[in-house]
Design a protein around this ligand. Structure first.
Ligand code: BES
Ligand code: MN
Ligand code: ZN
Length: 500
């Protein structure tokens, strides 16, 4: 889908030929004399239209307008959130029409700016997204072109561009999380990363079983050993900053299918465990967006990718393995596999001398119970990093909520047979999982995002959401603007980014 930004006068909006004109209406509307403004004023006066976010009024070939269809879309208070609701509603209404070219007018918004332009573009792209990879006759994407009309280019340009870049990243993240596991194996995921390596500023390196064994990633290997699919450890680099600048590291859980292993999951809805690489997908999507936006900073993405399967060779409950950190782990439940692949990636991250590490994982059902699908769970050992992630969630409308990390939550991870067990009791399951990870993240400012509830929608609109790509991108961009590491624990050294 193609996006274009233009300044248009009310008269030009009326005269512009398009399949559909969407007019966002918020706050007080002026008494314009053009056909669109008259329609808005009349409809509001008659009570046939309200500018509450999500309310619509549609017309077909109205007099004085060149558009085939016109949709007035209520945009409430004109906030980014209301814009998202409004554009989404309008796009849904257009879904079963033949509209190929849409004109989206933000001109009547009282405070149109960067945030509103971005929200409008993202909502458009989100509503138009169509999964088709594994259909024999893919449905045609009818909507080809969206022209966004604003009253001031300067006030909207940066936000618009951000939205367009972000939309590409979101689409990639959704695509991979939606793909069935036989179309998204660790090897295929690595190939998707390699394809990103063709974009400006991005380099990709992929490690296989031999290299991973050499690194001593015994915990990651234990999860992979029950599957016929060979594991992959994917390393992506985006180099936009100075050579000596310490990178921000993103680690994405890449379980391409989670059966639970020998601690097998119930059959109902097990198909949804194909999105257990949602964290990995969000890292790929973020790198896609970085390639578009080209911010001045260095980012490394790490993706431990494998399947979690039951098998004659699979790891068994009670087995003790040695992680890359040297810590031994008693695997009491093979379904708590995410933390087992992430802990070795966290140890690997140490050699990158990062300024911050954020891991992103569909880690626990407990987080779905705690926060549902509205906010991702955010855990951090570093105040500045937690603040930056919270702010990025707010500004991108991709919300998260900080959860506690009191040491008492780690008590249940104690065991007689190893340094740590991989599960505690049922209580506080999202937190005990984070406490397990924290043991491997002592050497850098660290945060963990549990996206089990936010990366996927169940029910009628079943599918990947692409979250938390918007949060991650806003977080990374904030790291450029502040020009500082989120914590002052480490000064970047020359050669800090030397290769592993
Ligand atoms: N991938 C799951 C977590 C999950 C559950 C993601 C539901 C999305 C939706 C994870 O590997 C898992 O199985 N976690 C267990 C942990 C338990 C064994 C301590 C869980 O949440 O039940
Ligand atoms: Mn599991
Ligand atoms: Zn899992």
């Amino acid at each position: 889908m193609d996006f274009e930004l233009k300044t248009l006068t009310p008269a030009r909006i009326c005269a512009e030929k398009c399949d559909a004109l969407i007019v966002l209406v918020a706050g007080e509307t002026g008494a314009g004399t053009d056909a669109v403004s008259k329609m808005v004023t009349l409809a509001l006066k008659a009570g046939d239209f309200e500018n509450k976010a999500g309310k619509l009024l549609s017309a077909y070939r109205p007099e004085g307008m060149a558009a085939t269809r016109v949709l007035l879309a209520g945009a409430g208070d004109g906030s980014a959130k209301s814009i998202r609701t409004a554009v989404h509603a309008a796009m849904v209404a257009l879904k079963n029409t033949n509209a190929r070219r849409v004109l989206l007018s933000l001109c009547a918004l009282p405070q149109a700016g960067q945030e509103t332009a971005r929200a409008a573009v993202l909502a458009c792209a989100d509503a138009a997204y169509l999964y088709s990879t594994t259909k024999s006759k893919p449905a045609e994407q009818k909507l080809k072109q969206v022209l966004v009309a604003v009253s001031s280019l300067a006030a909207s340009r940066a936000g618009f561009d951000k939205g367009v870049g972000l939309a590409k990243g979101l689409a990639l993240a959704k695509e991979w999380a939606n793909r069935p596991a036989n179309h998204a194996t660790p090897t295929m995921l690595a190939q998707a990363a390699k394809d990103l390596g063709k974009l400006p500023g991005i380099k990709v390196e992929v490690l296989g079983p031999k290299e991973v064994a050499k690194l001593g990633m015994g915990s990651f290997m234990a999860v992979a050993q029950g599957s016929e699919e060979p594991l992959r450890f994917i390393v992506l680099r985006y180099d936009g900053g100075a050579k000596a600048e310490a990178p921000v590291v993103l680690i994405g859980k890449g379980i391409t299918f989670d059966t639970g292993g020998i601690s097998i999951k119930p059959a109902a809805e097990m198909d949804e465990m194909k999105y257990d690489m949602g964290g990995a997908a969000s890292v790929l999507g973020t790198f896609r967006a970085l390639a578009e936006l080209q911010p001045a900073l260095n980012v490394v993405g790490l993706i431990p990718a494998c399947e979690n399967m039951p098998d004659g060779r699979a790891v068994k409950p009670g087995d003790v393995v040695t992680s890359m950190s040297g810590q031994t782990i008693e695997i009491l439940n093979t379904d708590a596999e995410g933390r087992l692949v992430l802990c070795d990636a966290l140890t690997y991250a140490e050699r990158l001398k990062p300024r911050a590490v954020v891991d992103i994982a569909t880690l626990t059902g407990a987080c779905v119970i705690a926060l549902g699908g509205v906010r991702s769970g955010m855990f951090s050992s570093d105040e500045a990093l937690a603040l930056a992630l919270g702010a990025a969630g707010d500004s991108s409308l991709d919300l998260c909520w900080r959860m506690p990390l009191d040491d008492e939550y780690a008590d249940g991870l104690k065991t007689h047979f190893a340094d740590v067990a991989n599960v505690a009791g049922r209580a506080g399951g999202a937190i005990t999982a984070a406490k397990f990870l924290q043991r491997f993240a002592g050497k850098f400012p660290w945060a963990h995002l549990d996206i089990a509830g936010t990366a996927w929608k169940s029910g009628a609109a079943k599918g990947a959401t692409g979250r938390p790509v918007p949060l991650l991108v806003d977080f990374l961009l904030s790291q450029v603007q502040s020009g500082r590491a989120p914590a002052k624990t480490r000064t970047p050294k020359a050669g800090a980014r030397s290769r592993a």
